[in-house]
Write a protein that binds this ligand. Structure first.
Ligand code: ATP
Length: 203
């Protein structure tokens, strides 16, 4: 039986980079962001329910969810976010369960960017790994990567839960506040820890 660790972190914290480094060690990865995207593109499994909930105006001619329009609707009507999640979350969970059965390893990672905001997904994992970094570094990274202004970067950060709340759900933490070599070393350290922790004869 494969044990599952949830990996999460704030925007620009380095969770995708860290997840890729675990994958380099051969660790299976299930990415709920990718699942969510696949559910909402043309012929995605969520499209019929989204059409029923939000009407035709939010679905383009190819049958994909219009993401910018959806974001605007959620800003104007906070209940739209709950409606979207009510459609998507059970489908994401179902697909995650399906993918979990495909792997045979001591442990694997489930990447859930909004794990702290969505307790619904915490039941999928045995442990939570938070990629943590100081907020000024998060801001600097997303300004550089996405070409945003400082105000836009601050607004994105403010839309997420707090660093303290995210850390409160962590079993393990990687401080990604130095260079990539440091991150690589931290990933290797935790990979060894998880391999030992989960090689307990129960898988
Ligand atoms: P998002 O939530 O926006 O998808 P993320 O948490 O997945 O972000 P990454 O995309 O992994 O974060 O990293 C954000 C940016 O910071 C990337 O450009 C990445 O290359 C860079 N980065 C991450 N960690 C480090 C590090 N230790 N040293 C230097 N750059 C880093």
């Amino acid at each position: 039986m494969t044990h599952w660790v949830g990996i999460t972190g704030g925007i620009g914290s380095g969770k995708s980079t860290a997840t890729a480094l675990f994958a380099d060690h051969g660790v299976p990865v299930i990415d709920t962001d990718i699942i969510a995207r696949e559910l909402t593109v043309s012929h995605g499994a969520a499209i019929p329910a989204l059409r029923q909930t939000f009407g035709d105006a939010l679905i383009d001619d190819a049958g994909s969810l219009k993401r910018p329009e959806m974001r605007r609707l959620m800003l104007a009507h906070p209940t739209a976010k709950q409606q979207l999640e009510a459609v998507l979350h059970p489908l994401i969970r179902e697909e995650t369960y399906r993918q979990q059965t495909l792997f045979q390893a001591a442990y694997g990672l489930i990447a859930v960017p909004l794990l702290a905001e969505s307790p619904y997904f915490q039941a999928l994992v045995e442990r939570v790994l938070v990629i943590d970094c100081p907020e000024d570094l998060q801001i600097a990274r997303i300004i550089q990567r996405n070409g945003l202004s400082e105000a836009e970067a601050h607004a994105l950060l403010a839309a997420q839960t707090t660093r303290a709340h995210r850390l409160s759900i962590a079993d393990d933490v990687i401080e990604n506040d130095a260079d990539l070599i440091h991150l690589q070393q931290e990933v290797t350290r935790l990979h060894q820890f998880y391999t030992e922790l989960f090689s307990d004869g129960t898988h």
